[in-house]
Design a protein. Structure first.
Length: 365
């Protein structure tokens, strides 16, 4: 499905307003909960005082009258009824006030870049309504100073420590958190894994022809984006290794996988027909892709007794981070995520400790 520039402009405008819409939906839900509680309170007070209700033959109205009479004549039930109503009302009112109060609150965004010196300019529409605090994690100088791939472990150590610091300082029940980044795929994936899925992270994406990182909102029309196509390959001889390929930006060519010996491994490939830098442009799409990939990969791991997963990702930083967040050392096999450099010369074994996590497939001495 080919999308025109006009369509992309419309979708971007929808994304610009998405953050507010998501928050407003939650406020409206809380308001309707309050209305429902008030209605229950009226059920306990009014029906037996209205002659039309008392004389009605409708079974539901009779039930309301019975409840009302029970509340009136039974003091214990009356006390319990009003305690539940008042407690529920106050709780929902608190939640709604909290959501309204947080409507324009600060957003803490962890910004990770390991390529050059990226300038992080966030969605101006969002910035006008929220105070945006950027927690910068710039590892580009350290990456540029690498002479041997095994030195990457030093950078992973810095990143892991900074992410733990971010989690301890910023993550609490009242936090709005986000991620934006441009960098080496294994490092972004590792960052997502280290953050974990305990807290919801909003995602931002920098469009190829834009200067701002745009908020990726949820959408309700799934026909606006492509579904991933799946293809599989099984080698002639049994293998307990699986190559997982996700290609939404560029096609991953077979010769680029040569260092991984693809002919001797199981392969599952997730592809979009229309690839590009900006084809992943909303949170609903990302969540759907993550769920599909995890479901398919975990099923193959279980069926084929897979011990090692080699992950090749040609996709956006937001998608990579979301995949990292979804990973679990309890549910997933050992997973190595690779960096592309005409081939895949190094990667990170995501679940391993810093000293033992760098995987080198091609010597750069």
């Amino acid at each position: 499905m080919i999308r025109s520039k006009g369509f992309c402009d419309i979708l971007r405008n929808e994304i610009d307003e998405g953050f507010k819409k998501d928050s407003m939906v939650e406020i409206i839900k809380s308001f309707f909960k309050l209305i429902i509680i008030i209605m229950f309170a009226l059920v306990g007070y009014l029906p037996n005082k209205i002659n039309v209700f008392k004389n009605s033959d409708n079974s539901f109205i009779k039930f309301m009258v019975d409840i009302s009479e029970l509340v009136e004549r039974d003091n214990k039930f009356k006390s319990l009824f009003w305690i539940v109503i008042i407690a529920s009302f106050l709780f929902c009112l608190y939640r709604m006030i909290k959501k309204i109060k947080n409507f324009n609150r600060k957003i803490n965004i962890i910004t990770l870049f390991t390529f050059g010196n990226t300038q992080f300019i966030f969605d101006r529409k969002l910035s006008r309504k929220h105070e945006i605090k950027s927690y910068k994690l710039n590892l580009s100088r350290e990456m540029n100073s690498i002479k041997k791939y095994d030195e990457i472990s030093k950078i992973i150590l810095i990143q892991d420590r900074e992410i733990e610091k971010f989690k301890s300082q910023k993550i609490d029940d009242d936090s709005i958190l986000g991620f934006a980044g441009i960098g080496h795929t294994p490092l972004i994936f590792r960052a997502g894994y280290k953050i974990g899925d305990d807290t919801y992270f909003n995602l931002f994406h920098k469009y190829r022809d834009g200067e701002e990182f745009k908020y990726l909102s949820k959408i309700y029309e799934t026909s606006l984006y492509e579904s991933l196509k799946i293809s599989k390959f099984n080698p002639e001889k049994y293998s307990d290794e699986l190559i997982v390929i996700l290609e939404t930006t560029f096609e991953v060519k077979k010769h680029e996988l040569s260092l991984l010996n693809p002919d001797n491994k199981n392969i599952i490939r997730f592809s979009l027909e229309n690839k590009g830098f900006d084809v992943i442009n909303n949170r609903t799409q990302i969540d759907e892709y993550v769920n599909l990939i995890n479901t398919e990969v975990r099923q193959l791991v279980k069926e084929n007794n897979i011990k090692v997963v080699h992950m090749i990702l040609s996709t956006s930083a937001a998608m990579t981070f979301a995949l990292g967040i979804s990973m679990s050392s309890h549910y997933d096999a050992n997973t190595i995520v690779y960096h592309y450099q005409n081939c895949y010369p190094w990667g990170i074994d995501i679940f391993k400790e810093v000293d033992d996590c760098v995987v080198i497939t091609k010597d750069n001495n």
